[in-house]
Structures are given as C-alpha cells and as structure tokens.
Ligand binder design. Structure first.
Ligand code: FA5
Ligand code: MG
Length: 419
C-alpha cells in the first residue's frame, strides 16, 4: 500500500482560519522556519491525505511491506513546552501534535522529548559516548570527519525515505512504524535522513548525531526516542585503484576495519560478531552485535552505499560506506546500564553517576522508589540486638525499607539510617 500524497495547503489554511485562530499568527513563521529544512528543492507540502496502517514495528533491515490501515491512537501524558528551537528552526507544539488531524500521529509524550538532545550533554552517558567516538575519528582520520549534531529532527518523507531508496511499500514508511507530522513530514526515524543532502553539499567524510523517533516495541533495549550517529566516508577512484581489489570490497573492508577499531577504542576486549543483513541504502549490508548481559545485542547497521545514492547526489565515480550506530545500545554496554529507559531519568541517583570524559564508569543500580532517607536514634538496653530492631522495622514498613545502616552506637544510644 502506498501512503498517498496530495498537497492540500488550502484545506490546511481553511482549517486554521476556522478552528485555530490562536496559532494562526504563529504558523507563517513556522512554515518559513520549516522551509529551511528543505532548502534544495524539497517542497514543504503540509497536510495531505492520511491513511494509517498496522503491523508490528520493523527495522530498516525488514523486507516486509507496508501493512493495512488502523486507527490513530495516542497516549495522554504531560504536555511539553509549546515552542522549541533546534538548529535555528522554531517548532511550535501545535504544529507537531494535532489530535484532530488524521495525518498526524505524534503524541504529547513524544513531543516532550524533542529538543532534549541528550547527545549534546557532556555529562550524560549518550553525550560522553558521542565525544569518545568523535575522539576516535579525530585521532584516526586527522579530524577529516565533519560533525553535525544539531540538525532538526523534523524532516520530509523525501529525506527520510525516498532519498535513501526506501521502497514505496516498505514497512518502515507506515503510520504504524513512523511518527508523521503530516503525510509529507515525519520525525526522522534514522540519521540516514541527512545522508543525501550532505553528499549534495559536497561532504566526503561526515558524522551526523541526533535523536530519532520510532513507534517500536517496549522492552529494555527499545525506546521510541533514541539517538543514532551516522557516519559516511566517500572514496575517490585513486584511493582503491592500486588496492588489487574492486571498489565495493575495498569499501567494505575499510568499513569493518573502522568499526572494529571503534569497538576496541570504546570497549577494549569485547565479544562481537558481524551479521549479514539488508538495508535499502547499502549493499552489501551488515550489523554488528555485541555480547551483553548473556545476549547478542545489535548495536549498529552499516554497509557499502548504493551506487544510485552517490550518482543522484553528484558522486558518480565514487564508492562510499555508511553506518548508523545506536548510541544508547553502545552506552548500555559501555556503562553497564541495564535498561534503555534509564537514559531519560532526571533522578540525581542516575545523573550524578556520569561526568564529562569519564568512560570507565560502571552504573550502580538504585531503587526504583524515590529516595527517602530517615535518620532515627534510639535509647537501647543491654539486651538490644540489631536483628530485633530489624524485625520491628519490617513489621511496620515491610519491603519498602531497602537498607538499614547503623551509623553509631554509643553509651546506650543507637543512630541508624533507613533507606
Ligand atoms: C538504521 O536505522 C539504518 N539507518 C542504519 C544504517 C545507516 C545502515 C547507514 C546502513 C548504512 P536500524 O533500524 O537497524 O538501521 O537501526 C540502527 C541501530 O539503531 C540499531 O542497530 C540499534 O542499535 C539502534 N536501534 C534501533 N531501534 C532502536 C530502538 N527502538 N531503541 C533503541 N535503539 C534502537
Ligand atoms: Mg537493525
């Protein structure tokens, strides 16, 4: 099934003038802000027709096709700030979350994550990891890789899918898998959305880091908002012509060498394996898996860029490789963080464990209950035993008291801390 497109700017203007007086003034400036996103001929065509679809969430490596329609569902969670600015683009909440618009499936709880940009916080595990990866590339490639980490996550369907050759019926395009702002505009579901425009701008070595959005399964390694780093390296014919191998094999070998080096730089000795896979934008394509908590965990996808992408973007005689790293997944291995949801914690017991440039830190688990410390002191008799008092505490608070520490016992007085 194709997701239909038609431009209905008029219908949108009408809707705004009849139902949304309050935001009508803000919309022209928002639209002109969005127009910066499509500077090279990507027309911004707001609010075409919508058809939703259903199926279990699938990654890009899936070959299955777009499934059949299902109704739009959204959760009711706290509302975020109404106006954001990312990479110079102003984003109004009313234009990203519109319950009454059938072409829009972005819920409040997803909007509330836009602009948080964990990857730009030097004290956050995702930011610490990003900087460590930058160090690797700067050291090994003489700072040749240009870095982008503030590109707006609201992109056109063309950028997110068409320009990286995602087939029209690919499941990742469905409303079931992707957050649509309108039928032509999405919250990027991978940083590959920026590949083509950066190639067109003439970049040959670049890294794009950003937040990406997917309707996906619920478990400790999946979250609907996570962070990816895209890497692209373009080779000119001079670079492989004396290698004794063909361009594709040359690029594939270089890619694996680069990523294995990165894994060693980050983790030292770690068990990893390459798995052959499929992506619409690379051939051959691979995934790297790392052994973590008694399971193989997929941490990145990569491959040799499809020639068509290079040709369409002014690199006809070149060959290139590209990768997309899942930053949370790598950070989970690096810092021993058992659950991807922890990255969003603002609890001091989480945030205080990490600091800029510190890679060797291992996460120390803490209670899932909010902190609540009680300092208590008692007069005690000679027959006192700690276990007697523990029985009393257990009798009153059950399992809510997780730890009991005697701070001091002097002259018939006992000082304890309960947590
Ligand atoms: C992609 O997104 C491709 N764009 C990667 C790529 C780029 C391939 C360039 C080739 C060339 P995939 O859907 O497999 O591929 O996601 C890449 C990584 O993101 C995964 O390996 C995983 O580490 C991470 N990831 C995917 N889904 C989630 C999720 N829901 N939560 C957290 N991390 C995720
Ligand atoms: Mg994958």
């Amino acid at each position: 099934m194709l997701i239909p497109r038609s431009s209905s700017c008029c219908a949108r203007a009408l809707r705004l003038s009849t139902h949304h007086h309050a935001i009508a003034m803000a919309v022209p400036s928002l639209l002109s802000s969005f127009s910066h996103l499509f500077p090279r001929g990507h027309g911004f065509k707001p609010f075409p027709q919508f058809l939703s679809s259903s199926c279990s969430a699938s990654p890009f490596s899936s070959l299955s096709s777009v499934p059949s329609p299902m109704p739009n569902r959204r959760s009711k969670t706290p509302v975020a700030a109404a106006l954001l600015e990312i990479g110079g683009v102003k984003i109004a909440k009313d234009d990203v979350v519109r319950e009454s618009d059938p072409t829009n499936n972005v819920p409040d709880n997803i909007f509330s994550k836009i602009g948080l940009q964990l990857h730009r916080r030097d004290n956050h595990p995702v930011g610490i990891l990003k900087n460590a990866i930058f160090d690797y590339f700067d050291t090994n490639y003489a700072s040749k890789f240009v870095k982008f980490d503030d590109l707006c996550p609201i992109v056109s369907v063309q950028q997110n899918f068409d320009e990286v050759l995602v087939p029209a019926d690919h499941v990742s395009r469905s409303y079931n898998d992707t957050y649509y702002v309108n039928a032509d505009t999405v919250l990027r579901c991978h940083t590959s959305a920026h590949q083509a425009e950066l190639l067109r701008e003439g970049h040959s070595h670049f890294l794009v880091t950003g937040d990406v959005y997917r309707r996906d399964s619920i478990d400790s390694t999946h979250y609907p908002v996570f962070h990816q780093m895209e890497g692209v390296r373009v080779f000119s014919p001079d670079e492989w012509k004396d290698s004794g191998t063909d361009a594709t094999s040359y690029a594939a070998m270089d890619l694996k060498k680069c990523l294995e080096g990165l894994a060693r730089h980050l983790f030292g000795a770690v068990e990893m394996r390459w798995v052959d896979t499929y992506f619409p934008f690379t051939n051959p394509s691979f995934e790297l898996e790392i052994y973590f908590q008694e399971n193989w965990m997929e941490v990145l996808g990569c491959g040799v860029t499809e020639q068509d992408i290079l040709t369409r973007n002014g690199r006809k005689d070149s060959v290139a490789w590209a990768f997309g790293l899942g930053l949370e997944r790598l950070a989970m291995v690096l810092f021993d963080i058992p659950d991807i949801r922890l990255f969003w914690s603002t609890d001091q017991r989480f945030t205080s464990q990490f600091s800029e440039g510190k890679l060797g830190v291992k996460f120390k688990p803490f209670s899932k209950f909010p902190p609540c410390y009680k300092d208590i002191s008692f007069w005690i008799s000679d027959s006192f035993t700690e276990n007697n008092l523990c029985e009393v505490v257990r009798g009153v608070a059950g399992d809510l008291v997780e730890e009991w520490n005697v701070r001091e016992a002097v002259q018939g007085k006992l000082y304890v801390t309960l947590r």
